[in-house]
Write a protein that binds this ligand. Structure first.
Ligand code: TXA
Ligand code: MG
Length: 307
C-alpha cells in the first residue's frame, strides 16, 4: 500500500495518509499542478498556505533557513510541531504551497505510515488536513472516505490516531517566536525549550495566515459552548463530571483527561453531527473545558467551530 501511495505521489496524484495529529491530504510539494489539485479537492482558498512534511532535519534544511530557536525546537521532531521559517533560495517548493509567502510551514510527522510514505516517495509532501475546507478535521479512515469518496487514494492507519488535533504552529521568521495555532506542544513547553518569552497571535490582526481567521472545523449542527445544562432539542458533549445527558450524549473524557479529550474531539463531533442530523437535533451543547495545557487547543478548535 505504501508503495502504491508513493507511486501516486511521484506521478503527481493525491494521497490521503494518517499522521499522529490528523489525516493529511498530500501531494508532491515540488509539483505545482499536484498541489493545486489539493486546493481544488478541498475547496480551499488559494491564499491559505499548506504545511510541508519531510522525514529528516537534513531534508528540512534543503527547504528552509534554520535559526537558533528552530534548532532548539527540533527537540519536538518528529512530532506535532510545525515551524514557519524563511524559504531557502531555490527550494523546490511549488508557489501555491506557500500562497506566495516568503516562508514555509514545515514539520516531521511522528507516524509510521506518514514517514514511510515520505521516504518511499523521496519527495517533501505538502498536506493540509484531509477534510473539505472549513469542515471538521479527519481523524479516522472513515472521515476521509466520507469527504473524498473515491476521489483520492487513502492509506489507512491500523491504530487510532495518537493525538487527534492538528500540530502547534510557531512562526520563527519574526523577531519574537509567535504561536499561530495551539496544539499538543503547549506554549509552556516551547518557552521552556527556548528559554525566553514567546508571543501568541491571539490578536486577529497579528495572524499572518489568512485561512486561520475563518470559521473552521465546523460540523453542520450548531454548537453552544460552555453549556452547564441541556435545553430541549440539544444533545450534549460532556467533559469530566458534566451532566449534559440525553439520548446520544457523549463524554470526551470521563476522567477529565485533556489529552484523551483532544484525541476524541473531532471523532465525537463527527458522531454527534451525524446523530443530530438523523434525529432532528439543532444544537450540540458542549460542557466547559479547562483553558490550560492541551485545553487551550481544544477550546481554540471549539470556538472556531462555533463561530
Ligand atoms: O497537524 C497538522 O498540522 C496537519 C497534518 C496533516 O500535518 N495539517 C494541517 O494542515 O493542519 P492545515 O492546512 O489544516 O493547516 C495548516 C495551517 C493553516 O492554518 C495555514 O494558514 C498555516 O498552517 N500555514 C501554512 N503555511 C504558513 C506560513 N508560511 N505562514 C503562516 N501560516 C502558515
Ligand atoms: Mg485544516
Amino acid at each position: 500500500m505504501i508503495n502504491k501511495g508513493a507511486a501516486i505521489i511521484k506521478q503527481g496524484g493525491l494521497v490521503a495518509f494518517p499522521t499522529e495529529t490528523v489525516y493529511g491530504l498530500g501531494a508532491d510539494a515540488s509539483n505545482q499542478q499536484a498541489c493545486l489539485n489539493i486546493f481544488k479537492a478541498k475547496g480551499r482558498p488559494s491564499n491559505n498556505p499548506l504545511i510541508v512534511h519531510v522525514d529528516s532535519i537534513k531534508k528540512a534544511r534543503d527547504l528552509v533557513l534554520f535559526n537558533d530557536d528552530a534548532i532548539k525546537l527540533t527537540e519536538f521532531w518528529p512530532g506535532p510541531l510545525t515551524m514557519v521559517l524563511p524559504k531557502k533560495a531555490g527550494a523546490q517548493i511549488a508557489d501555491c504551497v506557500t500562497a506566495g509567502l516568503a516562508t514555509v510551514a514545515i514539520r516531521i510527522p511522528a507516524d509510521k505510515i506518514a514517514m514511510e510514505l515520505i521516504k518511499a516517495s523521496g519527495r517533501p509532501i505538502a498536506a493540509p488536513s484531509a477534510n473539505k475546507s472549513g469542515r471538521l478535521s479527519a481523524t479516522t479512515y472513515q472521515h476521509v472516505k466520507e469527504s473524498f469518496g473515491d476521489e483520492v487514494f487513502i492509506l489507512k492507519s491500523d491504530t487510532k490516531i495518537a493525538y487527534g488535533l492538528e500540530s502547534t504552529i510557531i512562526d520563527l521568521s519574526t523577531s519574537t517566536p509567535t504561536i499561530l495555532r495551539y496544539g499538543f506542544i503547549t506554549p509552556e513547553a516551547i518557552k521552556n525549550v527556548l528559554g525566553k518569552e514567546i508571543a501568541i497571535a491571539s490578536d486577529l490582526s497579528e495572524i499572518k495566515a489568512p485561512g486561520m481567521l475563518h470559521k473552521h472545523y465546523a460540523p453542520k449542527t450548531k454548537l453552544r459552548l460552555n453549556a452547564v445544562n441541556l435545553k430541549t432539542g440539544e444533545v450534549g458533549l460532556n467533559f469530566a463530571s458534566s451532566e449534559l445527558n440525553t439520548n446520544g450524549s457523549m463524554n470526551l473524557s470521563k476522567n477529565g483527561d485533556l489529552v484523551e479529550a483532544a484525541a476524541n474531539l473531532f471523532d465525537y463531533l463527527h458522531q454527534l453531527d451525524k446523530f443530530s442530523l438523523e434525529h432532528g437535533i439543532a444544537i450540540i451543547a458542549v460542557a466547559p473545558i479547562p483553558d490550560t495545557g492541551v485545553g487551550l487547543a481544544i477550546n481554540d478548535r471549539l470556538r472556531r467551530a462555533a463561530e
